[in-house]
Design a protein around this ligand. Structure first.
Ligand SMILES: [Zn+2]
Length: 147
């Protein structure tokens, strides 16, 4: 199977990133610019699987340039029966494209990177704990945000 062309470039910078297979037009499920519009549930579940892997195995969560559908960490935490979703390693959302997102019940123990990320919907940072630094350089907020 072919590897996504965007994933391949991420690998140049983040050696521990796991590249994904092509799903359509040379892009993977996360990097295709419009796949999430049609298959939102599928992309969301794949993303939650990555979250669980990072949280359970103390890995960095690397989502550079991901196109994500609506995400609700609060609901997801409830669903998997956790009081909190705790990331012990760095979380990289550089250049990611978000829709509506709720970071409730999330704790980031290390640095979080939102550089050049784009929030297209409402973003909620209420209840989130940042223990490390948070990088928002050139981040675009198109919708409302609540901290
Ligand atoms: Zn990719």
């Amino acid at each position: 199977m072919a590897i996504c062309k965007r994933c391949q470039r991420i690998l140049d910078r983040y050696k521990n990133y796991t590249p994904k297979e092509v799903i359509k037009d040379s892009y993977c499920i996360f990097h295709h610019p419009s796949y999430w519009k049609e298959y939102g549930d599928k992309v969301r579940e794949a993303f939650y699987n990555e979250v669980v892997d990072a949280v359970t195995n103390d890995k960095e969560l690397i989502c550079v340039g991901y196109y994500l559908p609506e995400i609700d960490f609060r609901d997801f935490a409830d669903r998997i029966g956790k009081d909190k979703i705790i990331f012990k390693k760095r979380v990289i959302f550089e250049e990611a494209n978000f829709q509506k997102i709720n970071f409730g019940k999330v704790e980031f123990r290390e640095n979080v990177y939102f550089s050049k990320a784009k929030f297209n919907g409402i973003v909620r940072f209420l209840e989130v704990v940042f223990d490390g630094k948070v990088y928002f350089s050139r981040t675009a907020f198109m919708g409302r945000r609540s901290f």
